[in-house]
Design a protein around this ligand. Structure first.
Ligand code: NOJ
Ligand code: CA
Length: 690
């Protein structure tokens, strides 16, 4: 049994001078957020956060739990504090929700040293932005602090109030859960009901995953997450429902080890977003700002819409498996899709089930070596499909389902990416369905964080972009590696096809917009028009209206957006025009209004064009929304093509009733619309005389 030594970073006050005291507080550039970093009388370091003069995080201690072979700290003193005031610098996103990002913060590093021999050093770095704060531990290289085995990190978030919380359980293996909405004191992740037939799930503690969003009684919004998760486990937050406190609980493995690190080392940033409006959480760029600037050029990647030989498999009309007699990935079917993409200006096609091995992809722990990522089934001529696609101006998106056997994937990566280079394919969708091999590792632990990163770095070298399913959570790494273009990491559209619990309820995406989406792009795959899935799936349907599906192209951000439904459901459908028109890369994004779990209305301006697009979605409640068009260029005329719910539309009994209206608008125009229960609205604003 490992001898656990709990040691919080014990610190002695170096000075009680007034001058030093004043420096204990650091504020955001607009002074709304104030943070104090200090030590208790007992010698433990803590921080406090105030937002608009109200304490939102009360005394919260910071520290680690190490194995006994690392000498315990006997306590620290503060040697100095260094400040970076009003660091200001814009940067440009190669693709994204907006073109320019403002990076403006006040920073502080607090340097601690042990008061007794061996006088080891440790630092805490804070950055305070107008939209929140981030802090991280820095462990410099030094004698007695080289190789460390971390049993846990003990970072506290002491909330002291029973906020409303939107949470998913702190599952070590999957984020594909429905959000619960409870008081902090009522969180019970242990008894969380997993009714969705997932291939993997492991919830060892009463802990929640991040981004974790809350609303206070005063109407402030908080969201907890992390930035730049590198060579370290994902962080869940253990909930103390009595004392209303969260404490970091890192994802581990069956050996009870959370992280093995070498100094010098910087942990990921622990982040707290703070906002007056729920929509400001979405507009925040802090998570990205806390990641290092891009180290690769991705001018070869162009945001795109794509179709797929994909939904067929989820509704059961086709299979990934060649032997099934319903194989989807055939040369012929791919060409049909390529033709349809080309005809409709859809830039790419994903083909799943093209490679051998799908007979064995599910099941216990014999999944290593099942896929080689280069051998097509006999009815799929990979080269011919790619050549045909290119001749029509369509890109093929590669698919690598690893079946959660990442050692096999790591062995095959060079060959697999070389094949993609040979074929001129630059985007791959990866998948990690199932329990991780080797047994005892989990999707969100340090070992897997490094496996996901290996794929991104290797792909970066080969000019390949990755859209990961069953991924590690996004922590803004797309800033440094903009080839990490999108990921799943939530209950996506697929659940509506087969989940035994009936799929995602109407309030799912109005919740996701304020929770999961704060982390980064989402490959949700919106846009199913055959809402009732009849006759394929009698017990499932899409639990939204058709107009809600259209709105998702604007609401849920991703630089690759799928049009997943079958050709026959789009062909000739008037509403498909919106999917054809909607942009995928943005100059500006603004959240007009929204409430977590209730509704959200977002407008985005297309890059390199004057067109704007609006998406608005609601939960089970119908509502009337009023849009002031003051975002449009002054004194210019636009045509607004409005796709809205029909008068009697309803997500459950009348989901496909919709209307298309065309009106001329300018910046002083108002548009009022009714959203049906589970409904939505999508608008294209097209400038006259471009
Ligand atoms: C799960 C992914 O989320 C889904 O999109 C994919 O079709 C299957 N895995 C097979 O790889
Ligand atoms: Ca999935």
């Amino acid at each position: 049994m490992k001898n656990r030594i709990v040691f919080l970073l014990l610190i002695l006050l170096l000075s009680v001078s007034c001058k030093l005291n004043t420096f204990k507080w650091i504020s955001s550039p607009d002074h709304d957020i104030r943070v104090k970093v200090n030590v208790s009388k007992g010698g433990a370091p803590y921080y406090i956060v105030k937002y608009q003069k109200h304490t939102v995080i009360d005394t919260s201690y910071l520290g680690f739990e190490f194995t006994s072979d690392t000498k315990a700290f006997s306590g620290f003193e503060i040697m100095k504090r260094s400040f970076t005031l009003q660091r200001d610098g814009d940067w440009e996103m190669p693709w994204g929700e907006q073109r320019y990002v403002e990076d403006n913060f006040n920073g502080m590093i607090v340097y601690f040293r042990e008061i007794e021999s061996p006088y080891r050093n440790i630092q805490l770095e804070f950055k305070i932005y107008n939209d929140g704060l981030g802090f991280r531990y820095i462990l410099p290289k030094q004698e007695g602090l080289n190789d460390l085995v971390i049993l846990d990190e003990k970072t506290e978030f002491n909330l002291k109030a029973d906020h409303e919380v939107w949470w998913i359980p702190g599952d070590w293996d999957i984020y594909e859960h429905l959000y619960s909405h409870t008081k902090l004191s009522e969180i019970n992740a242990i008894d969380f009901q997993v009714l969705s037939g997932l291939a993997q799930t492991y919830i060892p503690y009463n802990a929640v995953n991040t981004p974790l969003t809350m609303k206070t009684k005063r109407g402030h919004y908080l969201s907890f997450h992390e930035a730049n998760l590198t060579n370290y486990p994902g962080m869940t937050l253990k909930v103390d429902t009595l004392n209303l406190k969260l404490t970091s609980e890192l994802v581990g493995n069956s050996q009870d080890i959370k992280a093995v690190i070498k100094t010098p080392f910087k942990t990921p940033w622990r982040t707290i977003q703070l906002a007056d409006r729920a929509g400001d959480l979405i507009e925040s760029t802090m998570i990205l700002n806390l990641n290092p600037p891009a180290i690769i050029d991705v001018s070869w990647f162009k945001p795109t819409k794509y179709m797929g030989i994909w939904w067929d498999m989820h509704i059961g009309t086709k299979s990934w498996d060649y032997a099934s007699g319903r194989h989807g990935a055939t040369t012929e079917y791919a060409k049909e899709y390529i033709d349809f993409c080309a005809k409709n200006g859809i830039g790419a096609l994903l083909v799943e089930g093209w490679n051998t091995g799908w007979e064995h992809w599910f099941g216990d722990f014999n999944r290593e070596g099942v896929f080689d990522f280069v051998t097509p089934y006999p009815d799929y001529d990979l080269k011919e499909v790619v050549t045909y696609a290119k001749s029509k101006g369509v890109e093929i998106i590669m698919h690598h389902e690893t079946s959660a056997a990442p050692r096999t994937y790591a062995e095959q990566m060079d060959t697999a990416y070389a094949l993609m280079n040979d074929l001129g394919i630059s985007v791959v969708k990866t998948g990690y369905v199932g329990k991780i091999i080797p047994k005892g590792e989990y999707h969100h632990g340090q070992w897997m964080v490094n496996q996901y990163r290996l794929a991104i770095t290797k792909a970066a070298k080969a000019n390949i972009a990755i859209n990961a399913h069953e991924p590690i959570k996004d922590t803004g790494i797309r800033r440094t590696y903009p080839n990490a273009i999108s990921r799943e990491g939530l209950r996506g559209q697929e659940f509506n096809a087969w989940s035994p619990d009936g799929g995602n309820p109407p309030h799912h995406l109005p919740t996701v917009a304020f929770t999961r989406m704060l982390a980064g792009p989402i490959d949700f795959t919106p846009g199913i028009f055959d809402i009732k899935l009849n006759p394929y799936k009698p017990n499932n349907q899409i639990n939204t209206t058709l107009a809600h599906q259209l709105a998702l192209y604007v609401v849920i951000y991703s630089p690759i957006q799928m049009a997943p439904d079958l050709i026959k459901n789009y062909d000739g459908h008037p509403a498909f025009q919106f999917i054809r028109d909607v942009a995928v890369d943005w100059d500006k994004t603004h959240i007009i209004d929204g409430e977590v779990g209730e509704f959200v209305t977002i407008i985005r301006k297309e890059r390199d064009s004057n067109n704007w697009f609006l998406g608005s979605i609601t939960n089970e409640e119908p509502r009337r929304i009023n849009i002031q068009c003051d975002f449009l260029d002054k004194y210019k005329k636009y045509t607004a093509i409005i796709y809205s719910d029909g008068k009697n539309a309803h997500w459950s009994n009348n989901p496909t009733e919709y209307e298309i209206d065309t009106v001329d608008v300018f910046h002083r125009s108002d548009i009022s619309l009714n959203l049906a229960p589970g409904g939505g609205c999508a608008i294209s604003f097209v400038l006259w005389d471009k």
